[in-house]
Design a protein around this ligand. Structure first.
Ligand code: SAH
Length: 347
């Protein structure tokens, strides 16, 4: 799909060549944090055949993610609206919320994330925002309206980019927000132009976390804020090299359906940010605050309307629905953590 750019000051560059996904076969094979975090090349031992296979597996991942969201976004929007992320709830809130209660919780997730990162107090400084892994643009439109900022979103899914632009037009926001198909790992933007770099539940799809974080830092303006809200695995204990086999097995089963090639922990993200000398690094575990979310999604899927829409939507949606109980199990057993990690790029 043709990229669309509205805000004039957000300069789009031609997509540059893939330079950093040099060892993707390794990155995709393993969900162990050590390899998930690596950008380093294996060229010294790599043959042409290995490189070709590696490139095609990264390509296959991108295509898989694009197809997944092409197929499932309409269903999600129909039932849940334009935010494709968890809601933020008070811990131990046992009340069964109405649909609107869950939508409010999704908005609250955005608000709590901005507050946690200290952006709420600095909102006048936020003029340009990039929404990395934008879905159908719910965060972009919300943040653009809240701050009066220009916002540009990127997604791998052409269906999402089109829908996001259509919704922006319908809300008379096209002069402020726009969406295009682009890869978070090779963003089509100049260095240092965004006051806020926002990644809401997209990091879990990235096969190379180091490259992902480097790209977020590259496009952030000096003094800009970076917010990553993402699915993680638990932090490893001191001396622990990897997750337990049963834990890895549970994650692997979720990975296949949701295209999550390389889980890591919030500590791994913090280490990456520290290695890049970022400032004001903060992280939190919000797993308890998102606990009511997946049970609510499953309840809606099990209504008559939910089931009919699911069947109409296709196999990827059905597989997604069948995988949801594993997410609940992962949270309950403490393997999956819902993390926020933020920092500031030095001036
Ligand atoms: N942030 C949105 C959507 C979350 S769903 C929201 O909160 O509503 C995950 C999103 O990440 C999808 O839009 C998907 O296309 C995007 N994504 C995953 N991998 C990506 C990549 N490598 N580059 C760009 N977007 C990616």
């Amino acid at each position: 799909m043709k990229a669309t750019l509205a805000p004039s000051s957000l300069i789009s560059l031609p997509r540059h060549k893939v330079s950093s996904l040099r060892s993707p076969s390794l990155l995709l094979q393993s969900q162990r944090p050590s390899s998930a975090l690596m950008t380093t090349t294996t060229a010294s031992r790599g043959s042409v055949a290995v490189t070709a296979a590696a490139t095609s597996s990264v390509e296959a991942l991108r295509e898989g993610i694009a197809e997944f969201y092409n197929e499932t976004s309409g269903l999600w929007e129909e039932i849940w609206g334009d935010h494709m992320h968890h809601g933020f709830y008070d811990p131990d809130s046992s009340v069964q919320l109405s649909d609107s209660g869950h939508r409010e919780a999704q908005i609250r997730m955005i608000e709590e994330s901005l507050r946690f990162a200290g952006v709420t107090e600095e909102e006048k400084k936020i003029k340009r925002v990039v929404d990395v892994g934008c879905g159908i643009g719910g965060s972009s439109r919300y943040i653009a309206s809240k701050f009066g900022a220009e916002c540009i979103g990127i997604t791998l899914s052409p269906v999402q980019a089109k829908r996001a632009n259509d919704l922006a037009a319908a809300q008379s926001l096209s002069h402020k927000v726009s969406f295009q198909v682009a890869d978070a790992l090779e963003q089509p933007f100049e260095d240092g132009i965004f006051d806020l770099v926002w990644s809401m539940e997209s990091g879990e799809h990235m096969p190379d976390k180091a490259k992902f974080v480097k790209e977020l830092v590259r496009v952030a303006a000096p003094g800009g804020r970076i917010i990553i809200v993402t699915w993680c695995h638990r932090n490893l204990s001191p001396g622990e090299e990897a997750l337990q086999p049963w834990e890895q097995n549970l994650l692997d089963r979720i990975c296949k359906t949701f295209y999550l090639p390389a889980w890591c922990s919030t500590s791994d993200y913090v280490d990456l940010l520290q290695s890049l000398s970022l400032q004001d690094i903060k992280c939190a575990d919000w797993s308890e605050n998102v606990a009511p979310f997946w049970p609510a999604v499953i309840r809606t899927a099990l209504t008559w309307r939910g089931l009919v829409s699911l069947l109409r939507s296709g196999m990827k949606s059905i597989k997604g629905a069948l995988t949801m109980p594993l997410m609940i199990e992962g949270y309950k057993k403490g393997v999956i953590k819902f993390g926020i990690i933020t920092c500031q790029k030095p001036l």
